[in-house]
Design a protein around this ligand. Structure first.
Ligand code: DGL
Length: 261
């Protein structure tokens, strides 16, 4: 029960997932890895993504974690199944199914999925939605400029020009938007000003319910409240902290550098 949950992403985006797990499951020990050395993931091939994710999964297995969460839509939509086959000794979950379940519960007729190029190319969102309800119209848009703007911290100044460029075509056309990249909830308030009055579905929030359900089912919930959160980046610790400080509470926490083999 006291074993940690391993959570990872290409960078700071997965901290939005960590925020959600932390608030629903405050007793859990968590090890977070931001793979900034390879960031962004969105322009990589499935082969490259499998290689990066494998290194991190193997590190988590060495750390004896009880569950691994891909806090990343890009790896969830491209290499989750291959990782599950390659590492049957540990449960690995991704964010897509939980996000689609959340979306379906909103009962809307159409949606716009914004995500990285690799996630859009995988067609995982439209295919999963279609399997559940083929009457829903799904628009898909790759928005590759957004992750670098988050990782550099430039989003803090406001990035309305880029958001208008991507989203203006959908104004009045869609009833909902799926933020299909864990970096995008950081931009939610800015996106809301460009596409107001529609349903917002975030790939970072729904997943914590699945984590809780899995741990409860396996009797693995930590009841000891003396917990730790360890945060690592394969990149620069100061940059990581700067770009995430606006949305992540570091009280009592530090960011350390890690090398993944
Ligand atoms: N935050 C990740 C996702 O949810 C990866 C983004 C990237 O590195 O391109 O897709």
């Amino acid at each position: 029960m006291e074993r940690a949950i391993g959570v990872f992403d290409s960078g700071v985006g997965g901290l939005t997932v960590l925020n959600s797990i932390r608030s629903l499951l405050p007793n859990e020990n968590i090890i977070y890895i931001g793979d900034n050395y390879h960031c962004p993931y969105g322009d990589k091939t499935p082969e490259q993504l499998f290689e990066y994710a494998s290194g991190i999964v193997e590190y988590f297995i060495e750390q004896n974690v009880k569950l691994i969460v891909l806090a990343c839509n890009t790896t969830s939509s491209t290499v989750l199944e291959s990782l599950q086959v390659a590492y049957p000794q540990i449960t690995i979950i991704g964010v897509i199914d939980a996000t689609v379940e959340d979306f379906i519960s909103r009962k809307v007729d159409n949606t716009l999925v914004i995500a990285t190029s690799a996630t859009i190319k995988s067609k995982k969102y439209p295919d999963t939605i279609k399997q559940i309800d083929s009457s829903i119209k799904t628009y898909s848009l790759a928005t590759p400029k957004l992750v670098p703007l988050v990782e550099s911290g430039m989003y803090k100044e406001g990035i309305y020009e880029v958001l208008h460029e991507y989203l203006d075509n959908y104004l009045g056309k869609v009833q909902s938007i799926i933020l299909g990249c864990t970096h995008y909830p950081i931009l939610k308030e800015q996106i809301k000003r460009v596409l107001p009055n529609i349903e917002y579905v975030s790939s970072s929030e729904a997943i914590s319910k699945n984590v809780k359900a899995f741990l409860a089912d396996k009797n693995l919930l930590n009841i000891n409240s003396d917990n730790y959160i360890k945060i690592y980046t394969t990149g620069e610790t100061e940059e990581f902290r700067y770009s995430s400080s606006g949305f992540f509470d570091y009280t009592g926490l530090k960011v350390e550098h890690i090398v993944i083999k």
